[in-house]
Design a protein around this ligand. Structure first.
Ligand code: PFF
Length: 447
């Protein structure tokens, strides 16, 4: 007997959970620093184009595959093409989930610490904080444990209930901060850097970064949406749900930029500071706002929750695979995967100054990403693995499963999809594989 599969309790529950997966550190921490590293406006433009043209249509492919097969990423492929090499695309997703979680939870640990730091008014000292091995490791361990406790409870109990309440609150707080940021002295300069495209800054690396960020931010390319789609019912409308998720996610990333860049230019800081950017700029912004430390504490509480709804989905992918495939008990699996994640994440936790070796790891050339282990993991799993995963899965859906079966699945519960069906089929079969391939080839060429 296979273990009973969970299902979402409501349509809004699914949207909130999928949006919860999508919205996270990728929007608030990763998007602004990658934008800063890649020269601003032109990068943002390509990012938005990739979300609309590639991310959203691709999301439907993952959701349809999950709902049609009612399986995890490996099981879904196995069900359609048993014992074929295509299952490697599913495995890649499972491994990518652990890979991303291993560095993501390190940053999430920083957000937890900043709740406290804001309360006690400790604004500076970021460099010394992340270079302390013991606080880094304990905060990281705490976050992995927190994620595991929730995932252990299962789909609707753990994941759905939390997302539904806290995500809307986060949205409102961000909006208020955007309005405040517009009143800062550096707002004009910040907006110019952020929104005015300078196409001379576009290189192969910029395109890969924009594509990678689009996948990362929407939680695509590793089967998260296959897994979440498998908990959907046939009456759910994939199309409108997908639009809501992509819209919320992109708006929140764009809001984050509208806060960070005005603040950054007001303070005269360097936009290309890398992964530490947000943690240096935001606390200073809160410190100079009237009553800002309380707002700052609340902000980091909500960012912690946003990170948690994302780490939950990262862990859920390997866990759902092991439950479906090995019929093991959810609890046991959760703690085994958590243990592996913890070991894999230790070098990232020590890579911000605690260990000389991991801080200057430098396997991937500096023209792509910073030398520290954490940035390197973010590049390998957050950019490359997601792009490779997405190209494999879109070819699988478009050419192996059969594009019409996939389109039928999307159309169930979404009759209006019939109007754009032809365009969608073309995008999945041709546009997505080709664009990703070109971007990847371009990258190799630069290597
Ligand atoms: N989308 C999340 C974020 O932007 O923070 C991160 C993420 C979650 C990436 C789940 C990939 C994933 F499958």
């Amino acid at each position: 007997m296979s273990a009973p599969r969970g299902q979402w309790n409501s349509k809004i529950g699914f949207i909130m959970a999928a949006a919860g997966s999508a919205i996270g550190l990728g929007n608030i921490w990763r998007f602004p620093y990658v934008t800063g590293e890649n020269g601003g406006g032109a990068f943002v433009l390509f990012y938005v184009i990739f979300v609309v043209l590639i991310g959203l249509p691709y999301m439907y492919a993952e959701l349809a595959l999950g709902r049609a097969t009612q399986q995890n990423p490996v099981g879904a492929i196995e069900k359609i093409r048993p014992k074929s090499f295509w299952r490697m695309a599913g495995f890649l997703g499972v491994i990518t989930g652990v890979g991303i979680l291993s560095f993501y939870a390190v940053i999430a640990g920083w957000t937890v610490a900043y709740i406290y730091k804001m309360f006690v008014g400790q604004v500076g000292g970021f460099g010394a904080f992340v270079a302390d091995p013991w606080s880094e490791i304990s905060l990281f361990a705490l976050f992995v444990a927190l994620t595991s406790l929730i995932v252990q409870k299962g789909v609707s109990e753990g994941i759905e209930r939390w997302s539904k309440i806290l995500m809307p609150l986060f949205f409102i707080l961000l909006l208020a901060l955007v309005i405040y940021a517009m009143t800062l002295d550096g707002a004009g300069k910040g907006l110019e850097f952020y929104l005015k495209p300078d196409f001379s800054k576009i290189t192969g690396r910029t395109l890969l970064a924009a594509l990678g960020q689009a996948f990362f931010s929407l939680s695509l390319g590793m089967g998260t949406m296959i897994t979440y789609g498998s908990y959907l019912s046939k009456n759910d409308n994939l199309v409108t749900s997908g639009v809501s998720v992509a819209l919320f996610d992109t708006l929140i990333a764009l809001f984050a930029g509208l806060i960070i860049f005005p603040a950054l230019f007001t303070m005269g800081k360097d936009p290309s500071a890398g992964p530490t950017l947000v943690f240096v700029v935001l606390p200073e912004l809160f410190a100079q706002m009237p009553g800002g430390l309380v707002v700052g504490a609340l902000f980091f509480v909500l960012l912690t929750v946003a990170a948690l709804t994302s780490t939950i989905s990262l862990l859920e992918v390997p866990v759902s695979y092991l439950i479906d495939d090995h019929k093991m008990d959810r609890k046991t699996i959760v703690w085994i995967v958590a243990g592996i994640t913890f070991l894999l994440g230790l070098p990232s936790a020590l890579s911000q100054g605690a260990s000389e070796f991991f801080s200057n790891f430098g396997l991937i050339p500096a023209s792509f990403t910073s030398a520290d282990f954490l940035s390197q993991m973010s590049f390998i799993f957050g950019d490359i693995a997601l792009a490779v995963g997405a190209i494999s899965l879109s070819i699988f859906v478009g050419w192996v499963w059969g594009i019409d079966k996939a389109a039928d699945e999307v159309e169930k519960g979404a009759p209006l999809f019939a109007k754009t069906r032809g365009l969608w089929k073309f995008i999945i079969r041709f546009v997505i594989p080709l664009v990703i391939l070109l971007v990847l080839l371009n990258t190799v060429h630069i290597f």
